[in-house]
Design a protein around this ligand. Structure first.
Ligand SMILES: NC(=O)c1ccc[n+]([C@@H]2O[C@H](COP(=O)([O-])OP(=O)(O)OC[C@H]3O[C@@H](n4cnc5c(N)ncnc54)[C@H](OP(=O)(O)O)[C@@H]3O)[C@@H](O)[C@H]2O)c1
Length: 222
């Protein structure tokens, strides 16, 4: 199986790439900077900033002849932790977060559609977050929450439109994971998060396309 993972140089994306490569899959992983030395040989690396529309199109062109069975839109940012409601959340931060967490996902899906459509059961996994659930609105982190809610919404609508082309789409919560983003107080390791996500991706089909699930299989409320 050929799998594309964005933002795979560290954190959950790194672990997804590592585990899929170890299982013998062909992994095409993206990075904005360094290539993890331990995955330099077993994974094919592409430079990609998901906010750079030209770079995303180039990736699509590079993979034009490929069959991509699974695209994992993992790259994401969460810079508004601890912002204050009265005077925080600057507009530049809104623009930056939406460019990565929402537009970046859309552009990547758009660019890879031909390669996904060529596979027999193309699948798209959007790494969203439970914080993108509008039902579980706990307050705070307005930018990140809104961006992840938009990512979930995008997954649902893409699921509807891509089903006739045989492509299924799911939105996923990886758990609270001990990465640079999740911090040291997090509940699970990237190893366990990635293992759980990989199990969920295996179950993504046209029967449950449009799902919103946690890494442990829990169905999440929209
Ligand atoms: N950790 C958690 O508890 C948690 C919980 C819920 C959801 N998530 C989601 O899970 C995903 C991965 O998070 P993580 O915890 O692994 O975060 P992380 O450790 O901060 O890693 C984020 C990854 O995204 C990449 N990235 C950021 N901006 C990018 C851009 N413009 N273009 C391409 N790549 C970019 C980073 O690359 P650089 O190294 O170049 O910055 C890095 O590889 C994110 O979508 C996040 O929102 C995480």
């Amino acid at each position: 199986m050929t799998i594309v993972v964005t933002g795979a140089n560290r954190g959950i994306g790194y672990e997804l790439a590592r585990q899929y490569a170890e299982a013998g899959h062909e992994v095409i992983a993206t990075t904005r900077g360094d290539i993890p030395p331990d995955l330099a040989e077993t994974v094919s690396w592409q430079r990609l900033d998901v906010t750079d529309a030209d770079a995303v199109s180039r990736l699509g062109r590079d993979l034009a002849a490929a069959e991509v069975e699974l695209l994992i839109c993992n790259a994401g940012i969460y810079p508004d932790k601890g912002q204050s409601l009265p005077d925080g959340y600057p507009p530049e931060m809104w623009a930056q977060v939406f460019a990565v967490n929402v537009t970046g996902v859309f552009l990547t899906v758009q660019a890879l559609l031909p390669a996904l459509a060529r596979a027999r059961d193309g699948r798209i996994a959007v790494i969203a977050s439970m914080m993108g659930s509008s039902s579980c609105a706990a307050g705070g982190s307005y930018i990140y929450r809104a961006s992840k809610a938009a990512a979930v919404n995008l997954s649902r609508n893409l699921a509807r439109d891509l089903a006739p082309r045989g492509i299924s789409v799911g939105a996923y919560h990886p758990g609270w994971v001990s990465t640079d983003m999740g911090g040291t107080a997090a509940q699970i390791t990237p190893v366990d998060a990635a293992a759980g996500l990989i199990r969920r991706f295996r179950h993504l089909t046209l029967d449950n396309t449009g799902c919103f699930e946690s890494f442990d299989g829990t169905t999440l409320p929209f």
